[in-house]
Design a protein around this ligand. Structure first.
Ligand SMILES: [Cu+2]
Length: 404
């Protein structure tokens, strides 16, 4: 902004007249004589500019007030909403009742009597075609000592049978639905149009499809009928191991398959069987988390190895929604194949402690343990351990139980 010229204010003359004071620089040599009309023009310009400045500042001040006012209104509305909400509406999640850890008095004896799901990898069928027959069935299963659950699962319960094929085999799936409602089966090991192969099968019907097991690894299979969350949570999942070509992976002494999953219960299941609770499943608030469908079954019935043997864990996380952070207490993975990618074993990880197996994914882990002892395997997201996702690997002929 330009400054006003140094014009002295008018002052009375000796005779009382008021006249303009000459500019201070009037005496400067070569100065242009100052005129009244020039001063008026200058004042007009200055006044105009001051006016514009005031208007601009005023505009911004108004905008700031509007912003502040809007923010205050928004805060008031939020506060009013919070204070006017009903207790039930704000505490829905808090109102979900957990049945985690529910157990009858004879739980220990029941756990000892429980026949554990066979974790040992079965042999792959010989020949170019692997024929797989799967039967879906509504069955009541035990998911923890004394805890019954009305499952939609497989003829043998949940998870479904471990399927073992070799890379390159043609896999022929025959699915029979003995359940009360439509179901289907989605194989993650397949590269196939899902709308053709994974369609619903009506109760009492069977369907067959084939796929080439071209990708080695361990993969989930599951019912893909809507709502998928409910069908998986009810037990409709399993694992398929696709062996890579011989010589690709280090040879093993023991192979164990673990399918991690979580259970969402409508009741404790100690009397009548519990059923699926959708609110808990949406909140990802399981009551039980398991390896192979039953909480802590390999604590009472440990998996075994001899000192120095190479043990391979083939892990699938069936979810439906929570990852498994796989870890073996007391050792380090000699080889880890994240996401069960066995197509390029040179990209495997070595000497790592914990590897996440995502829901709907797999992982392959090798351990070679020299010192006899009891080595727990867990999801190291430790709420999962409290809810049952834990087992023991007993190395050598040792006594005792878990340290964790
Ligand atoms: Cu289903």
């Amino acid at each position: 902004m330009s400054s006003a010229p140094p014009v002295a204010p008018p002052r009375p003359s000796s005779n009382g007249d008021v006249r303009a004071q000459p500019p201070a620089f009037e005496g400067a040599k070569g100065a242009i004589p100052y005129k009244d009309s020039d001063a008026h023009a200058l004042w007009a310009v200055v006044s105009l500019m001051l006016g514009i400045l005031v208007a601009v500042l005023g505009f911004f001040a108004l905008m700031m007030w509007v912003d502040a006012h809007n923010a205050k209104n928004a805060a008031d509305r939020a506060a009013a909403k919070a204070s006017s909400a009903t207790p039930g509406a704000t505490s829905d999640l808090g109102a979900l009742k957990s049945y985690a850890g529910a157990a009858p008095s004879n739980a220990d004896a029941l756990a000892a009597a429980h026949k554990p799901f066979p974790a040992a990898l079965p042999a792959a069928p010989a020949g170019p075609v692997a024929n797989i027959n799967l039967v879906l069935k509504d069955v009541t299963v035990q998911i923890a000592p004394g805890v019954k659950y009305a499952a939609w699962a497989w003829a043998g319960g949940a998870p479904g049978p471990v399927i073992h094929v070799r890379q390159g085999q043609l896999v022929k799936i025959t699915l029979t639905n003995e359940g009360a409602i439509p179901h289907s089966v989605d194989f993650h090991a397949a590269r196939i149009a899902p709308d053709k192969a994974f369609g619903d099968v009506m109760p009492g019907k069977s369907v067959s499809y084939t796929f080439r097991a071209s990708d080695p690894g361990v993969f989930m299979y599951h019912c893909g009928t809507k709502p998928v969350l409910m069908h998986i949570a009810n037990g409709m999942y399993g694992a398929i191991v696709v062996d890579p070509k011989p010589g690709v992976l280090p040879p093993t002494d023991k192979n164990y398959v673990l399918v991690a999953s979580e259970w969402y219960l409508s009741a404790d299941g100690l009397g009548a069987p519990a059923q699926f609770n959708l609110d808990k499943a949406h909140a990802r608030m399981p009551d039980w988390m398991t390896f192979n469908g039953y909480a802590g079954q390999y604590v009472k019935h440990p998996l075994t190895a001899k000192p120095g043997e190479l043990v391979r864990f083939w892990v699938v996380d069936a979810g439906p929604s929570i990852d498994t952070d796989f870890h073996v207490v007391g050792t380090i993975f000699d080889n880890a194949y994240p996401f069960a990618d066995l197509s390029n074993p040179r990209s495997a990880l070595h000497n790592v402690q914990t590897v996440t197996v995502p829901a709907g994914g797999g992982g392959v882990f090798d351990v070679k343990i020299g010192k006899p002892g009891i080595y727990p395997f867990v999801s190291h997201a430790f709420a999962a351990v409290d809810e049952g996702q834990v087992g023991l690997l007993k190395v050598g002929n040792v006594e005792g139980t878990m340290s964790h």
